[in-house]
Write a protein that binds this ligand. Sequence first.
Ligand code: HPA
Length: 271
Amino acid sequence: MLEKFKKTADFILNKIDFKPEVGIVLGSGLGGLGDKINIKQSFDYKDIPNFPVSTVEGHSGKLILGELGGKKVVAMQGRFHYYEGYDMNIVTYPIRVMKFLGIKNLIVSNAAGGLNPKFKVGDMMIITDHINFFPRNALFGKNYDELGPRFPDMSKTYNPELIKKARDIAEKNNIKIQSGVYIGSSGPTLETPAEYKMFRVFGADATGMSTVPEVIIAHHMGIKCFGMSIITNVSEPEDAEQETTHDEVQNVAGQVEPNMTLIIKELIRSM
Ligand code: HPA
């Protein structure tokens, strides 16, 4: 399997003349952040050996290599979700490849449902910690000792320095930013009112269907992680029956994009 990751990475490295330092996963409706990258090379997933192909609406499925915030980056435009039916090894395959491309930092974005009653639609949330509520851990199965330990410590999974830098950047630019715990579960159903309530009781501030597997795999390999959610819908206890549509999620994510782009770009610059 390690050979497979290396082979995929070598295919890419043979077509570029630099090594990316930062990996980015562009989540739901945030694909436009990719437009800010000074693109040197881009690949359709279907043209990369061993790469999975994305199926969900709004995910174009491109791996972009170029420059953002003065750094060399590799960005996934379109990610793989567990709810699409992929095994965790497939969901996280690109993250392993990014490690072999040479990244030291990973930035992950997503759309999420707000659980914290202080959150409003359109808020951005820096992820300070997560709860893994997926039915299977991304590291389930054989451990690659060459990549990381069998039982990884998870106390500082979201890098405290990067969190501080992002907060400073937001403050400096008068951008309102929330912080909190992201709970990841498989989907594809959105939560029932009872489930939203349960997640709130667990201590989570936002809920979504991605990010946790990718961050576990990156952290296991010693990559510094930073994550941000866009709150696309909220579940107040009183109006938890309010309906949420996929279109709504994409629209809100699109509106928040400029601020999100600014923060991520400046964060990369500060690395
Ligand atoms: N729940 C789970 N995933 C989501 C939500 C939600 O309410 N909103 C956007 N992604």
